[in-house]
Design a protein. Structure first.
Length: 116
């Protein structure tokens, strides 16, 4: 699940408000910068403001604190994902709930064996 959260190319697959994202740095880590294009066409700069490899990251979008992303291992093949938002952006929790559902679906696809 961690890889889905840090691969900006995957963000449109699970992020309802993201149409496209690009990374301006070579790696996704603390201080990484890039751009996110919203579903309404705005292209906004972002920066990773907190990063703990394999566990969590936070970002600012257009200079404003945005979503926290947390992954917690629940066993060898299971993990949970949580998002946090600043209190001023509480209505964005609806979008986060949709994103969590999409991540759950994508995670299940990753571990579901394919029958030939």
């Amino acid at each position: 699940m961690w890889e889905l959260l840090i691969d900006v190319g995957c963000w449109p697959e699970w992020g309802p408000s993201v149409r496209r994202a690009t990374l301006a740095t070579s790696r996704f880590e603390l201080g990484s910068k890039g751009f996110v294009r919203t579903v309404i066409g705005l292209e906004l700069p972002f920066e990773v403001t907190r990063f703990e490899e394999g566990r969590s990251w936070s970002w600012s979008v257009a200079g404003c604190p945005a979503t926290d992303h947390v992954v917690e291992a629940r066993g060898p093949d299971m993990s949970s994902v949580a998002f946090g938002v600043p209190w001023i952006a509480a209505p964005y929790l609806v979008v986060c709930r949709m994103a969590l559902r999409r991540l759950d679906e994508l995670g299940r696809q990753e571990v579901t064996p394919q029958v030939p």
